[in-house]
Write a protein that binds this ligand. Structure first.
Ligand SMILES: *Cc1c(COP(=O)(O)O)cnc(C)c1O
Length: 363
């Protein structure tokens, strides 16, 4: 067995020349997925089950068909999404979660020698992909209120990506703001990562026809309760989607398995159920903001399914550990500027009540 030291050397076995030619990366660290029963408010999953049609689709699957490769073009799911979002099927690219879609986007669209721009505080995977693919990047700082400063993105660059609402800050910027960034970057690709848009305001999807440099990425993991199925998608003009597909087919043609495709179609069809669960989460979020305030927390105005909160008198790292001891998992990063914050996923009302009970005992 070989133990890597600092990701470079090796305590035993491998010789240095061999190591020199290995691609070394500092991987993305996902939130914990404890396998025992806990109150899980740490990875922004949806506390409600997927749309009812999803279970039916799974039970009705023809297992004999598992002998065959799935449809590489994911036509059924792309069509369902196209209908839902009033786009053409050739405007949709489906992948294994939006992580897969975003990773393919980095590989396809960020090939300039100029730096790709994304905020200093944002989804930490962006930096990992940039490093993995050796894409130069720069990270303009969010302002003191954790807001994106749009003018920072008006300079020469190799592409732009940001989530809206941003993560982990939960702040949503309106469509005029997003459009300004897209309009100032007509020579590069702008990716708007809308993982949490269904909990917030208007989507940038309505700008797709107006700007040929725009790609909108969304996911089934949060608002559609399907994190375990791994489905994400990009919507753009047919030309950019074609480039994306060319890269995907050069990598792995059969990314989406048959079960994910069948369940995904049903999740899209369950629109009424979808709207109902979103409403419940937004209601719980707004109520939870009030409770947090009573406990003395400070937080940004979340428009997502999580709240980014700090307590002026208590250390976030210690709070995190105390909650964990009570089997309540939230997210904490020991990194500059956000060290005193917890990111708390909005669960069911009952889960949130247990969180507040635990907090009241601690504070
Ligand atoms: C959760 C998340 C994703 C990835 O979600 P998938 O499960 O891979 O679809 C992408 N971007 C942001 C900002 C997220 O929070």
């Amino acid at each position: 067995m070989c133990i890597l030291k600092n990701g470079r050397g090796c305590q035993m076995g491998l010789n240095q020349k061999l190591i020199d030619n290995i691609r070394k990366v500092e991987p993305y660290v996902p939130g914990e997925q404890p396998q025992d029963r806990v109150i899980k408010l740490n990875t922004n999953e949806n506390p409600y089950p997927p749309a009812p049609g999803v279970e039916r689709a799974l039970l009705e699957m023809d297992v004999d068909r598992f002998r065959l490769y799935p449809d590489p073009s994911v036509e059924k799911l792309a069509s369902a999404l196209a209908e839902r979002y009033q786009a053409g099927p050739d405007q949709i690219f489906v992948g294994v979660g939006s992580d897969d879609v975003l990773s393919m986007c980095f590989l396809t669209f960020f090939n300039s020698r100029k730096p790709v721009l994304f905020p200093d505080i944002t989804y930490s995977f962006y930096k990992v992909w940039a490093e993995l693919y050796r894409i130069p990047y720069e990270c303009p700082k969010l302002n003191e209120a954790f807001r994106i400063v749009k003018e920072d993105y008006y300079r020469e660059n190799g592409g732009v990506i940001f989530p809206n609402p941003n993560a982990p800050t939960a702040i949503y910027e309106n469509l005029d703001f997003v459009e300004d960034i897209i309009a100032h970057n007509r020579d590069v690709i702008v990716i708007v990562d809308e993982a949490y848009i269904d909990f917030a305001g208007k989507s940038a999807l309505e700008l797709i026809d107006k700007y040929d440099n725009l790609i909108v990425v969304q996911t089934f993991s949060k608002s559609r309760s399907m994190a375990g199925m791994r489905i994400g998608y990009a919507i753009s003009n047919p030309a950019l989607i074609k480039y994306l597909n060319d890269v995907k087919y050069s990598f792995n043609s059969y990314t989406m398995n048959q079960a994910s495709i069948a369940c995904g179609v049903e999740a899209v069809k369950g629109q009424e159920y979808f709207e109902k669960t979103i409403r419940k989460i937004v209601e719980t979020r707004e109520w939870a903001k009030g409770e947090l305030k009573k406990l003395g927390f400070e937080f940004t105005d979340s428009q997502a399914n999580f709240i980014f909160a700090a307590h002026p008198q208590y250390d976030a790292g210690e709070l995190f550990e105390a909650l964990k001891k009570k089997k309540i998992y939230v997210r904490h990063w020991d990194s500059e500027r956000i060290r005193q914050y917890l990111r708390i996923t909005v669960g069911t009302r009952e889960e949130m009540e247990q969180l507040f009970t635990a907090l009241r005992e601690y504070l």
